[in-house]
Design a binder for this molecule. Structure first.
Ligand code: ADP
Ligand code: MG
Length: 731
């Protein structure tokens, strides 16, 4: 009985009702699909458009519908006779209704619709709660398939099933059942469409779709190399599994049908990235940069310490890009504290020495200010003019800076991303470094190019990014990795503690301060209760100063303070004039005070993994043994517990990033859609990393063929026309 969907259509329906993948869903009512009228078609189009993030529901097509894959599957394929039903198991039976009717229960507040039905081997009972409408559907004499969990009713001495799935069979056997008697898809609710309605619609859509209407898009070699089934077969099977593959594999997204669709989705993305990259490499290069002995000498003179081997390698890769005639688009990855800043600074020196300007953008003002402070110090003995420009720079000062930047008098501008948003014009901008917090980067690069700059761009990530994410979000960038910490770093000892340990923690902090070290106490700042948390941090600072540590110097730092105040507090902490800094997460990224040896994180369960890792990265930067104390409530969620335990277990930022991706999923991890994270309909970059890598390799293989075969050109042409990849505009 298990379906023969694939060959079913042509005989039953005339061609005028045949669909193609590009048929708009809002016109589905024209195709004689049972119970799909104009209103339903429109609703379906709207729902599909919404999950696909499309602005216009009229763009939603049959193809989009068919990429709404089941959440899971159920095996209802084995029709059994009543005498074969095992109590306690799910099964489908085909029966004829003998008696049916509704009656009130619980004082009339509820009704039960009940029927009794037979086949040639026995009798069963089925009932539904509050479904009186079934009286009109499941009448005496109706042939029906019932699927559900069967139980033995001791009092009535018969098998029964509560709320079964059912499917009424027509008197004469012309069509096959959709919802029973086969392996059926279960869908996540789509708008107002529940699984049963959606299943019926998709069934009929597939039925009206001929294999010719689903052209194969992947090259034949690619299919063969990765042993992929055809696109048509994959779409049919992904909804109504008809192959031999165990349902378990379907449920895990590992059936061949799924694999084919996942591979294809990753393939197009990787192709788009490869194409974008190829296009960019053809773009004009802004600056001409040479490195000679004079510049090498200058760089050596600036170096405050010996670079690690990893830093040297990254610097070389960056400088090779700078001096090549292709524009640089590079991602510099490295764990917290691995020393990315100095590498960027040295690269900027090379650019400045060649007569160009450089810009460094940071995600927060505090960080921009810190970068400015550090870099001015590093470059103190050079003639370069380094300036800080942020949203809170005074306007008369700003005007002067704008002027100086436009004249080329400023060599290096450090600021927040307001730098490019506010329309600063540069005299000769040659190099942009974006020190980012995962979130921007993609946008900023686009912004720069839109404004007519083609500088070399280096994006530095604050925390490591899992490989799979790097391959999707940053897949069109070259990557340098600093996988080594500067010498002498000791891993931070991390512990998880609960409220009862507070007195002990305070004693420990006191000991550390007496030994000359400094301490951070961090409070979460959650947006909804920003005021509350601010109050917490403020009160905590007062409490610590007055009650707990009256003889120590306690400072307070939070995002709502005026820049000058923040600056002053940071300066005093750096200078060792503050022992204990109570702070919100403004210190999260980049802050660098090597003498700080303890980080106490309050309400640690409220922080994300990347954030915790960043925070912990504020200590362990000097020679002293450092500690990170995660103070949490005892009954935090399981996920929070998993995060905290990960922190206790490892110091490795790459491992933490992988775990973060696993716990939160890519969407959460990267923030908004603007992060550049593509919308995957089938693939899951955590689960399907293997296929992501396979698709990427396949694309590289195809792109490197010379001369380029016509089918590869066809692929490129096709992807240029896909608006979602945004390639058409680049030509
Ligand atoms: P991140 O990669 O997290 O941005 P930073 O660039 O802030 O790290 O560097 C962390 C700290 O390590 C800074 O104090 C920096 O001066 C120091 N540092 C960087 N490279 C080295 C090195 N090769 N040897 C010694 N200290 C270094
Ligand atoms: Mg940094």
């Amino acid at each position: 009985m298990s379906g023969s969907l694939v060959v079913h259509h042509a005989s039953t329906y005339t061609c005028s009702y045949m669909l193609t993948l590009t048929t708009p869903l809002h016109q589905l009512h024209r195709y004689k699909i049972p119970r799909v009228g104009e209103v339903t078609a429109r609703k379906l189009a709207a729902a599909i458009a919404q999950v696909n993030d499309m602005a216009d529901p009229r763009e939603a097509t049959v193809e989009d519908l068919l990429h709404y894959l089941p959440l899971r599957y159920e095996d209802r394929s084995h029709l059994v006779t009543i005498d074969r039903i095992e109590p306690g198991q799910y099964a489908s039976v085909q029966v004829r209704v003998r008696v049916a009717g509704s009656y009130p229960v619980k004082g009339g507040r509820l009704t039960i619709f009940e029927l009794s039905a037979t086949d040639e081997t026995g009798q069963i009972r089925a009932y539904w709660w509050n479904q009186r409408w079934l009286e009109g559907t499941l009448k005496r004499g109706t042939r029906v398939i019932l699927y559900g969990l069967w139980q033995w009713n001791r009092f009535k001495r018969c098998l029964e099933v509560e709320n079964p799935e059912f499917e009424v069979l027509p008197e004469r056997e012309t069509t096959e059942p959709i919802h029973t008697g086969r392996r059926v898809p279960i869908y996540r609710k789509l708008g107002s469409f529940k699984t049963r309605q959606l299943r019926a619609i998709i069934y009929h859509v597939i039925e009206r779709l001929s294999p010719e209407a689903v052209p194969e898009l992947l090259p034949r070699q690619t299919l063969a190399r990765h042993r992929l089934m055809s696109r048509y077969e994959a779409l049919v099977n992904a909804h109504f599994p008809q192959d031999e593959t165990p349902l378990e594999l379907y449920n895990q997204g590992r059936a061949p049908a799924w694999r084919r669709l996942i591979f294809e989705e990753f393939f197009w993305l990787q192709l788009a990235l490869a194409l974008r990259r190829a296009q960019r490499e053809r773009a004009p290069k802004g600056a001409i940069i040479h490195v000679d002995d004079r510049i090498r000498e200058i760089v050596r003179g600036i170096l405050p310490f010996k670079l690690t081997a990893a830093q040297r390698r990254a610097l070389k890769e960056i400088v090779d890009d700078l001096t090549s005639d292709r524009p640089m688009n590079r991602l510099l990855q490295g764990d917290v504290g691995s020393g990315k800043t100095i590498v960027a600074v040295l690269a900027m020196v090379v650019v400045i020495e060649s007569g160009y300007q450089a810009a460094l953008m940071a995600p927060t003002e505090i960080l921009a200010e810190q970068h400015a402070r550090n870099i001015k110090r590093i470059l103190a003995h050079t003639p370069y003019r380094v300036e800080l420009l942020t949203g809170s720079t005074k306007s008369h000062q700003k005007r002067q800076l704008y002027e100086a930047i436009a004249q080329g008098e400023v060599d290096l501008v450090i600021g927040t991303h307001a730098l490019i948003q506010e329309g600063v014009t540069f005299h000769k901008l040659g190099f942009v470094v974006i020190d980012e917090q995962h979130r921007f980067g993609v946008l900023q690069r686009a912004e720069l190019i839109k404004r007519g700059y083609h500088p070399d761009v280096l994006v530095m990530t604050a925390t490591p990014i899992p490989r799979s994410l790097a391959m999707t979000v940053y897949g069109d960038l070259d990557v340098s990795i600093i996988d080594q910490l500067p010498p002498g770093r000791k891993p931070v000892k991390t512990v998880l503690r609960f409220e009862d340990a507070r007195p002990k923690i305070y004693r420990f902090i006191a000991e550390e301060v007496r030994a000359g070290r400094q301490v951070y106490v961090v409070y979460p700042l959650v947006e909804e209760s920003e005021k509350m948390d601010l109050l917490n941090a403020t009160q905590m600072a007062e409490h610590l100063q007055q009650v707990v540590f009256p003889t120590f110097r306690v400072g307070l730092l939070h995002g709502k303070m005026k820049p000058a105040e923040k600056d002053e507090i940071m300066r005093r902490f750096v200078a060792g004039e503050i022992d204990i800094l109570v702070t919100t997460t403004v210190v999260e990224v980049g802050v660098d005070v090597p003498n700080a040896s303890v980080m106490l994180i309050e309400h640690a369960e409220r922080f994300g993994l990347a954030q915790l890792h960043q925070l912990r990265g504020r200590v362990g930067r000097g020679a002293a043994k450092s500690y990170c104390i995660l103070l949490s409530k005892e009954n935090s969620s399981e996920e929070a517990r998993a995060r905290l335990n990960t922190m206790v277990r490892t110091n490795d930022g790459f491992k933490i990033a992988e775990k973060d991706l696993e716990l939160r999923g890519p969407g959460e991890l990267m923030g908004t859609r603007q992060s550049g994270l593509p919308l995957f309909r089938v693939g899951n970059i955590v689960r399907d990393q293997k296929w992501l890598i396979a698709a990427r390799q396949e694309v590289h293989r195809l792109m490197s063929l010379t001369p380029r075969p016509p089918e590869v050109n066809d692929l490129l042409e096709r992807i240029r026309q896909q608006p979602k990849y945004g390639l058409a505009s680049i030509g």
